[in-house]
Design a protein around this ligand. Structure first.
Ligand code: GTP
Ligand code: MG
Length: 489
């Protein structure tokens, strides 16, 4: 692909920014850590628990610099980027610990600066600035659009919408699409209707029952201040292959707006945020895909391949030329592992590893170390053995959220119960053996699904000695060791 003038200009701006960041980093070592994941994956809880643990000395045995006592302090510092909202850490901590509620959904990017004072291995005192950036994974899944024409995106979106279970959810949009002629005169009302029906279809795919992951353009489901603008009012068309759009046609109009979306939404995100990250954690709600069914698992894999594509090198695209120097570690984390008994934690990790490996073989990734972990940033459950006849079942104890239901019982949000969450299969291949591999909510009634994970309230913290209570977690320390451990040597 030949670089256009705007690509070259964009490249020059990025290089200037990288130079500035490099200069700053030289005098004041800094890591910009991106925390991303699709809606409800666990980003806000992860950042809150990470900052709480670092600043209050949480129990992190695998995070060597803290466990060995080399970290003297970790303190919040003023948020450095004037145009980015600050991550509401204090508010989220209060919600989690005092009110024992999960934080509300956050739809925009936010950032927090933590300064860590530590002793190096050679005995010298040093500081490391950790800038944590929370941004929606949906924005990341938009990046591949930069390399796609409207015609390519249209064809891919249509092909995907003709597969199950999406096809069932796309009827209304497909019916309307069949009435549109790409060569007809541009028509605002027809375009508005197409965009609305296409967005309804995307929303239905995201529903808990179907839990689809790959749903670009991301802002259609989280429009923010662009709601109703032309840049968000377009949809795929059924286009003749090799055809050429006529001026003033519906096709030209859709194509213009698709390009506007890239200019107004995707490029600024890439330039101002993504291209400046050094490390990245991608949080994945794998259990939500199990709840839904095999199709959701395949869709998740396609979404992760899309995400990995953002880091590819070796192809002559705008993305690859500009990305090479920066992100050098990517961690994929299956969240909410506390919904499972510890006997299944390794299995959850193995499943995510398999999804990431398959996704990586579809994308061309190089130049970044990739790892996988199953974690719970906040552990809401404890473990117990529950006697069932002669058998002892490995169970988890927790307070299900008000309204959660199991075995005909609806919980009130205050009662602690022991549940047997079910085991993940030992042989990962079983889960990937086709669309009938296991039963989920997308095709079965709730009581017939093979997996059904209850949601629990955050834990009640126990005071230990004189110190402040720390938040229990699972493997959060392993994630930290991978993400920043090497920079605290
Ligand atoms: N048990 C448990 N539940 C979690 C954990 N992390 C997240 N959750 C659940 O997942 C939900 C979403 O978590 P958030 O941290 O708000 O997710 P998010 O990715 O920031 O979501 P958006 O802001 O909507 O994009 C929470 O309301 C909890 O129900 C965890 O470590 N353990
Ligand atoms: Mg959030």
């Amino acid at each position: 692909m030949a670089a256009s003038f705007s690509d070259i200009f964009e490249g020059a701006r990025l290089s200037a920014r990288a130079l500035l960041d490099y200069g700053e980093n030289f005098f004041n070592p800094t890591i910009r850590l991106g925390v991303t994941g699709l809606s409800r994956a666990g980003k806000t809880v992860f950042i809150t628990a990470l900052v709480h643990g670092l600043s209050r000395g949480g129990r992190f045995p695998v995070f060597e610099s803290l466990a060995s006592g080399r970290i003297a302090r970790a303190q919040l510092a003023p948020q450095p980027d004037d145009a980015v909202p600050r991550f509401s850490y204090e508010h989220h901590v209060n919600t989690l610990i005092t009110e024992r509620r999960w934080p509300s959904s956050t739809v925009d990017i936010s950032e927090l600066r933590l300064v860590i004072g530590y002793q190096r291995q050679n005995g010298l005192d040093q500081t490391l600035t950790l800038d944590i950036v929370d941004y929606p994974g949906e924005w990341l899944l938009d990046l591949p659009l930069l390399d796609k024409s409207y015609e390519q995106w249209s064809a891919e979106s249509l092909a995907l919408s003709r597969q199950q279970p999406r096809a069932r959810l796309a009827h209304a949009w497909h019916d309307h699409l069949a009435t549109l002629r790409p060569s007809a005169r541009e028509d605002e009302q027809a375009t508005l209707a197409a965009a609305r029906l296409f967005t309804d279809y995307l929303r239905a795919c995201r529903d808990e029952r179907f839990a689809m992951s790959l749903l670009p353009p991301g802002r259609f489901l989280m429009p923010g201040n662009l709601a109703g603008s032309p840049a968000l009012t377009f949809a795929p068309l059924d286009l003749p292959s090799g055809g050429i759009p006529i001026d003033g046609s519906l096709w030209t109009m859709m194509r213009r707006r698709y390009e506007a979306y890239k200019d107004l939404v995707v490029r600024p995100f890439f330039r101002d945020h993504f291209s400046r990250l050094d490390r990245q954690i991608v949080l994945v709600d794998t259990l939500a895909a199990f709840n839904s069914g095999p199709e959701a698992l395949y869709d998740l894999e396609a979404a992760l391949a899309g995400i990995l594509d953002c880091y590819r090198v070796g192809r002559s695209t705008l993305l690859s030329t500009l990305l090479r120097p920066r992100i050098d570690r990517i961690l994929f984390a299956a969240t909410k592992a506390d919904h499972l008994h510890h006997t299944s934690h390794d299995r959850l990790e193995a499943i995510l590893r398999r999804i990431v490996e398959r996704a990586a073989s579809r994308a061309e990734v190089a130049g970044a170390a990739i790892d996988v972990v199953a974690l719970a940033a906040v552990r809401a459950t404890r473990e117990a053995q529950v006697r069932c006849g002669r058998e002892k079942l490995p169970s988890i104890l927790g307070t299900p959220l008000a309204g959660e239901a199991a075995n005909g019982e609806t919980f009130d949000g205050n009662t602690e119960v022991a549940t047997f969450p079910g085991d993940l299969p030992e042989d990962v291949k079983e889960l990937f053996s086709g669309n009938g591999a296991f039963r989920g909510l997308s095709t079965s009634a709730m009581d017939q699904a093979d997996f059904r994970f209850l949601r629990f309230r955050p834990p009640r913290l126990q005071n230990e000695g004189t110190g402040e209570p720390s938040l229990p977690h699972i493997r959060l320390d392993r994630a930290l060791q991978f993400l920043i451990g090497d920079r605290l040597q």
